[in-house]
Design a protein around this ligand. Structure first.
Ligand SMILES: O=C(O)CCC(=O)C(=O)O
Ligand SMILES: [Mn+2]
Length: 363
């Protein structure tokens, strides 16, 4: 049992991370909180601001009416909000296509830019799809660029070395993701949220994301939003110290997490992608097509079958997570000079995140 492996006073986070990262034999997931069937005394229902936006407003970005969202808090983690898949049937497909086809495009920055020319990383999607269509499920073929993608940054591009954002390294943040994030934040009581930076993480079935705190943003009173698509992951939410025993949660496709208040600066990590018992299959929420016709003024648009075939092939074995951050308080500007402060853990994490193989990192 996961509870018995951690003793008081040691690096409780590292221990639990290693417990869930183990592959053979697979770990016991029975203590992982499942918000789609919450029955854990740490979980409590969370009241949202359901009058902040009309049904029409939220449906334009593919969300159900706020009154129908199932949102939860966790005792011991003030400011943490978990929204169990609030997307309208079929609308996750649009966001998945943005993450796989659109956001890796220039001028956004990705891990492949670190060791390939911009000409070679210009059309990751186009360069990958022919090979994917040809190879089907044959694993021996060389990996396509899409399969080598590990991270993409948007808006203020995070500098993994200096651990800072800077005004010199900025490209326009995608409007539709800004709109989605503005609405999710408003529903959670944060009106006027300004999405300024995004990090997309692409997880293959053996990936993990090391233990870290997101503290490079200059305004920590603004929430951090996280969207998950594809295969289920285990997320570990810790405290302000590595000795604090973390809580393990499943993150399913469509789930949204909001880290605000004290939890905004809590340690967290993704130790594993959960092996799907039924083999390479898509989570149910991703198999649906849009139920209603999209209107011209809608942000979400339908995804053509050819694009969806590639996305669904990819997500049968992968997960995509998007975190959206407001970097500056309203009216704030970057300080004239910035010094970088790396925690002990972080240099290793960054080095590994930057590397080609991405998340096969040891914490
Ligand atoms: O993949 C996740 O759920 C977490 C991502 C994350 O913590 C980050 O990008 O800072
Ligand atoms: Mn993080």
């Amino acid at each position: 049992m996961a509870a018995s492996i951690v003793e008081h006073g040691e690096d409780a986070f590292r221990k639990l991370f290693k417990f869930y990262r183990r592959r053979n034999p697979p770990p016991d997931f029975s203590e992982v909180i499942n918000f789609s069937k919450p029955c854990n005394d740490k979980v409590f229902p969370c009241e949202l601001n359901s009058t902040s936006l009309s049904e029409d407003d939220v449906s334009k970005v593919g969300l159900q009416p706020i009154k129908d969202w199932r949102a939860f808090g966790l005792h011991g983690y003030p400011g943490f909000i978990f929204i169990s898949n609030p997307f309208l049937p079929g609308s996750q497909q649009f966001w998945v296509k943005q993450c796989l086809k659109i956001y890796p495009q220039k001028p956004n920055v990705c891990n492949l830019d670190m060791h390939m020319s911009s000409v070679d990383t210009e059309n990751i999607w186009e360069r990958s799809i022919d090979a994917i269509q040809r190879k089907g499920n044959r694993k021996r073929e060389p990996k396509t660029l899409l399969e080598k993608l590990r991270w993409v940054t948007l808006g203020y591009h995070y500098d993994w070395n200096s651990k800072t954002y800077s005004p010199e390294h900025y490209t326009p943040f995608p409007k539709e993701l800004q709109s989605l994030s503005h609405k999710v934040a408003a529903a959670c009581g944060f009106s006027g949220f300004d999405a300024e930076a995004g990090i997309l993480n692409y997880y293959r079935s053996d990936s993990s994301l090391g233990i870290h705190v997101d503290e490079s943003e200059l305004d920590h009173t603004r929430p951090l939003l996280s969207y998950s698509f594809g295969q289920t992951a285990v997320f570990l939410l810790g405290g302000t110290k590595r000795e604090d025993r973390p809580t393990a949660l499943f993150m399913h496709s469509g789930d949204i997490m909001v880290m605000s208040g004290p939890s905004r600066l809590h340690y967290h990590a993704v130790p594993c992608i959960v092996p799907s018992p039924a083999g390479n299959v898509l989570p149910p929420g991703l198999c649906q097509r849009l139920e209603t016709e999209v209107q011209d003024e809608d942000v979400i648009q339908s995804v053509c079958q050819e694009d969806w075939d590639i996305c669904s092939w990819y997500l049968q074995t992968s997960r995509v997570n998007v975190t959206v951050r407001q970097v500056l308080a309203s009216g704030q500007s970057f300080p004239a000079t910035q010094t970088s402060q790396m925690s002990e853990e972080e240099p290793q994490m960054i080095k590994k995140r930057k590397s080609e193989s991405g998340y096969e990192r040891d914490t």
